[in-house]
Design a protein. Structure first.
Length: 102
């Protein structure tokens, strides 16, 4: 792989991570409104794994379960299945649309 190919692949991956980070900011399970009342990167660390899940063919149900795990185990909040599912559906829709554009 040439250096320009590597650079393009890395830029493509970083674009995907940034898009997922934006969705996670809207998901906002803590309710801290990143960019307003909390740092904008409040949920950013979760994005790379979610991109990997999407790239690996994860189902929307598996994504929702992962978001629920983040909410309940990593953050320590009560379950919010409807909101987690809505976020997972948004992520999946974005991923599919992204695939259609490339």
């Amino acid at each position: 792989m040439t250096d320009p190919d590597r650079r393009h692949k890395k830029e493509h991956a970083m674009d995907a991570i940034r898009a997922v980070q934006a969705v996670l900011r809207r998901w906002d399970p803590i309710g801290v409104a990143p960019d307003e009342f909390a740092p904008s990167d409040e949920y950013d660390s979760y994005a790379p794994h979610i991109v990997s899940m999407l790239a690996g063919g994860s189902s929307v149900v598996a994504l929702a379960k992962h978001l629920e795990h983040i909410r309940t185990e990593s953050i320590g909040l009560p379950a919010g299945r409807d909101r987690d599912m809505a976020c997972a559906e948004e992520l999946m829709g974005w991923w599919k649309q992204r695939g259609e554009q490339t």
